[in-house]
Design a protein around this ligand. Structure first.
Ligand code: ZN
Length: 205
């Protein structure tokens, strides 16, 4: 079944966040992650409440930031609250407890580095053995997500899955469980030409 989505960017942001995180029950010490980049400034933050997250993302968009969402569930290995735990690298891979989805980052750029067009990237997605859960047009290509039924705690297995996906598509591997991907319904400011991002398709099997 394929579901049509509203083109409203605020709906897109909410939908992307729910598609990625909605199947994940957080433990008391876990959180989700988002990240903003503007110029040389990168900010990573943890969140637990969807509405609060969307409000803060609205602010970041007004400030002209690129906005990303994490694939991993965050948890401080030292028992702190991620982002305020005082660890030197509070958003490194040691601060990932589980991963919510496998993903592919299909860039449009001259082969062999990427796909010649989004249409050709999309054609490649259709040949994948498993239908993706949803696909995001990131402005510079396609991001494809396969949500795990239960978030995956075996991070080595995640990396293996990701290597297989990258090999299949000939794309850059996303092997780091602390990886973030661009949030749908935000603006891609890369290379100085603002491009909208949106969810292309949601597939419910
Ligand atoms: Zn920590």
């Amino acid at each position: 079944m394929t579901t049509r989505l509203s083109g409203d960017p605020a709906d897109q942001r909410r939908c992307h966040a729910i598609l990625l995180t909605g199947h994940t029950d957080l433990a008391a010490n876990e959180s989700f992650e988002w990240m903003t980049i503007k110029g040389d400034t990168t900010v990573r933050r943890a969140w637990r409440d969807l509405d609060e997250f969307l409000e803060k993302v609205d602010q970041a968009i007004l400030e002209g930031c690129n906005v990303y969402i994490g694939l991993g569930v965050r948890r401080c290995p030292n028992g702190g609250v991620v982002g305020r735990c005082g660890c030197k690298h509070a958003f490194d891979r040691e601060h990932v407890s589980r991963v919510m989805a496998a993903a592919a980052d299909l860039d449009v750029k001259p082969p062999p580095k990427g796909f010649p067009s989004k249409a050709m990237a999309y054609d490649a997605v259709k040949t994948a053995r498993r239908s993706p859960s949803f696909i995001v047009d990131s402005g510079g290509g396609l991001q494809v997500y396969w949500a795990f039924e239960e978030p995956l705690a075996d991070l080595a297995r995640f990396t293996n899955i990701q290597r297989g996906i990258a090999k299949f598509f000939g794309s850059d591997p996303i092997i780091d469980p602390s990886r973030v991907l661009r949030l749908a319904g935000t603006v891609n400011h890369k290379d100085g030409k603002p491009r909208p991002t949106k969810i292309l398709k949601v597939v419910v099997e």
